[in-house]
Design a protein around this ligand. Structure first.
Ligand SMILES: NC(=O)c1ccc[n+]([C@@H]2O[C@H](COP(=O)([O-])OP(=O)(O)OC[C@H]3O[C@@H](n4cnc5c(N)ncnc54)[C@H](OP(=O)(O)O)[C@@H]3O)[C@@H](O)[C@H]2O)c1
Length: 212
């Protein structure tokens, strides 16, 4: 699959690298310097390359939006027409200093994104996990018990794509239903961040749901 990364920082850089190592064609885009994108592509291997946001958007079967909330409009403007595209968003609607959500309860970042690109197929995914654990989860993929990753969206085909990519990274996809569920997953992501960055054990952590 052709996957384009819009925002090649902690999340986009790592997930793009993993997608490339899992066999997908990856374009890294949107960093402050072209050199950063080229370095990421080189390190991710032969399946990866660097590009502009417009190039990345045009060629993609699926896009990962991984920018700070304040950069979303800029990325979408550079991307151009995203009609029909699958957009996985891990972007959380955080304030400028990343201390809290700027919206919630009656809407979510994922739903507001979907309003901005009504003809795209938005899935909320990869937002409830710290970037620090991604390579570890990928390396442990063959283990029998995989950590969970919640995702949600309104388009079933886009969700199937998301579930496949979630499995490629090494998580067990946990379907939370429609995009409206992002009202719960986004605050949940902040809870995970509290455990990851506020706890004693560090951020290389994931979660799993169990029934007894
Ligand atoms: N980090 C996590 O563990 C985590 C977990 C869950 C959800 N999230 C969410 O995921 C999203 C991405 O987080 P992140 O930690 O990956 O952020 P990040 O490391 O800051 O990455 C953001 C990317 O945007 C680029 N960028 C920023 N300003 C730009 C500009 N003016 N022009 C061009 N490129 C620009 C950065 O470029 P440079 O690379 O050159 O700096 C970087 O590649 C956020 O919405 C965050 O809330 C993050």
């Amino acid at each position: 699959m052709k996957i384009s990364i819009l925002g090649s920082g902690l999340m986009g850089g790592k997930l793009g690298t993993i997608f490339a190592q899992a066999g997908h064609e990856v374009v890294f885009s949107y960093a402050k310097t072209k050199g950063k994108l080229e370095r990421l592509a080189k390190e991710a291997g032969a399946k990866a390359k660097a590009g502009t946001v417009a190039e990345a958007a045009e060629s993609a079967d699926a896009l990962l939006l991984a920018v700070h909330w304040s950069r979303v409009d800029d990325v979408l403007k550079q991307a151009g027409n995203l009609s029909g595209k699958v957009i996985l968003t891990c972007s959380l609607p955080m304030d400028a200093d990343n201390s809290g959500l700027v919206l919630g309860l009656t809407t979510s970042g994922a739903e507001e994104l979907a309003k901005k690109v009504p003809k795209a197929k938005v899935v909320g995914a990869f937002n409830t996990i710290p970037s620090e654990v991604l390579f570890g989860v990928f390396e442990a993929k063959s283990r029998s018990s995989m950590p969970s990753l919640v995702y949600c969206g309104d388009d079933l085909g886009a969700k199937r794509t998301a579930a496949g990519l979630i499995r490629d990274v090494g998580f067990e996809p946990f379907d939370l239903g429609g995009l409206k569920a992002a009202r719960y997953t986004e605050p949940f992501a902040l809870m995970v961040a509290e455990i990851a960055y506020g706890g004693a054990k560090g951020p290389e952590m994931a979660y799993q749901f169990e029934w007894f």
